[in-house]
Write a protein that binds this ligand. Structure first.
Ligand code: GTP
Ligand code: MG
Length: 358
């Protein structure tokens, strides 16, 4: 079997990575190219994995740590996907609060594992708002992490460009190119299916990957990661019928109001509510103006809710907020099972950390 073509899509929490993976996978399947996906999180129970699997994709999940701190687990996941699809293209999404991927993932892959994977250029997705913020300053917390992500990118891919006018987009492309002259700047909207094919062609055809190194101060990086409380929760429902649509709307509304009311910085709060015939995906990537609810048709086991929340607050407060919101939004439902995992991400301790570009 030929080595898989491995495309790493980084970028901060909520930048649009999973949406891009989904669009790219569909495009590759249409071209007759076998495709698999690798997701990642600090804890089990991912909305992203459930969403990608329920849409018929081959998926492996690395949970319990980021890719760089569990390189063997990451490599196993890539191998497992590549074996299942027979080489092909593997798209991998590192957790959004992770950086230094060029030195911890791409260099060791190029150096030692070219028999497993041929790496494509490191793509870092940039939500326009975050990109603008990072062009001005690096600061601390989440902003420090995302600016390091842009520093190491081979390609900075501006996301959600449907939210920008033509003039705003031109300006942002120019400013991004000035701020990161070593990166190729591209732009995409998965919502309007603009730029996905162009980006895919660029990463499939370009052979040089991991050309840049970010100077990452691990103390500031660790403090930035630790400023986010992390919650992954699963709920199951009994036979009592209830209005799923209304519950999904209520849950998103209550969460948005609560985080705004407490002035808490939301990295990404997402949930997947599954009735067995329909699925609702709720997202919050900032204040309540960013709240989005999407519905799709599905035949699945159903009667479950998965919530993933990354918010700049302690895990206890996060758990209280989410449990209260779920209890209120699902007051008409019978909750038969609850599983909650909360954590503060620990200090990153990568398996490999190369000093130089290979
Ligand atoms: N307007 C617009 N919204 C988008 C686009 N792509 C993604 N989004 C929205 O941005 C939010 C986050 O998208 P995801 O694809 O889940 O982002 P992510 O980077 O995978 O998030 P994490 O895995 O939590 O880090 C969702 O509400 C998406 O619907 C886009 O092209 N346009
Ligand atoms: Mg994602």
């Amino acid at each position: 079997m030929d080595p898989t073509r491995l495309i790493l899509v980084g970028g901060f929490l909520g930048a649009g990575k999973t949406s891009l993976l989904m669009s790219a996978a569909e495009l590759l399947k249409k071209r007759g190219i076998p495709v698999g996906l690798v997701t990642n999180d600090q804890a089990e129970g991912l909305v992203d994995t459930a969403f990608l699997e329920e849409n018929g994709n081959t998926v492996a999940e690395v949970s319990g740590s980021c890719f760089c701190c569990n390189f063997p687990g990451f490599l196993d996941a890539v191998k497992s996907v590549a074996n299942r699809i027979g080489g092909g293209v593997t798209l991998a999404e590192p957790v959004g609060s992770c950086t230094d991927l060029s030195m911890t993932i791409l260099q060791p892959l190029k150096d030692k594992y070219s028999d497993v994977a041929h790496t494509a250029p490191l793509t870092v997705l940039g939500d326009p708002k975050r990109l603008r913020r990072n062009i001005r300053d690096r600061k601390i917390g989440g902003n420090y992490i995302s600016s390091c992500q842009f520093d190491e990118a081979d390609i900075i891919l501006i996301s959600k460009i449907d939210l920008l006018s033509e003039e705003e987009l031109d300006q942002l492309i120019r400013d991004t190119g000035d701020a990161w002259p070593d990166a190729k700047v591209m732009a995409v909207s998965t919502k309007e299916n603009r730029g996905v094919a162009e980006w895919l062609d660029a990463v499939l055809n370009e052979t040089e990957a991991g050309r840049n190194k970010a100077e990452v101060d691990y103390d500031i990086y660790a403090a930035g990661e630790a400023s986010y409380g992390w919650l992954n929760a699963d709920f199951t429902f009994g036979d009592t019928p209830f209005d799923y649509q209304q519950a999904a709307e209520r849950l998103l509304g209550i969460l948005a109001e609560t985080f705004d009311g407490k002035n808490l910085e939301v990295g990404h709060v997402k949930f997947l509510l599954d009735s067995g015939r329909r699925e609702w995906i709720g997202n919050l990537t900032g204040t309540k103006e960013t709240a989005m609810l999407r519905k799709t048709e599905h035949e699945t086991e159903g009667r479950k809710l998965i919530v993933n929340a990354r918010v700049e607050t302690g895990p206890f407060e996060l758990q209280n907020i989410v449990l209260k919101a779920v209890a209120e939004a699902f007051a008409d439902a019978e909750i038969t099972g609850t599983q909650i995992r909360t954590l503060i991400p620990g200090r990153p301790d990568p398996t490999y950390r190369y000093e130089r570009i290979v």
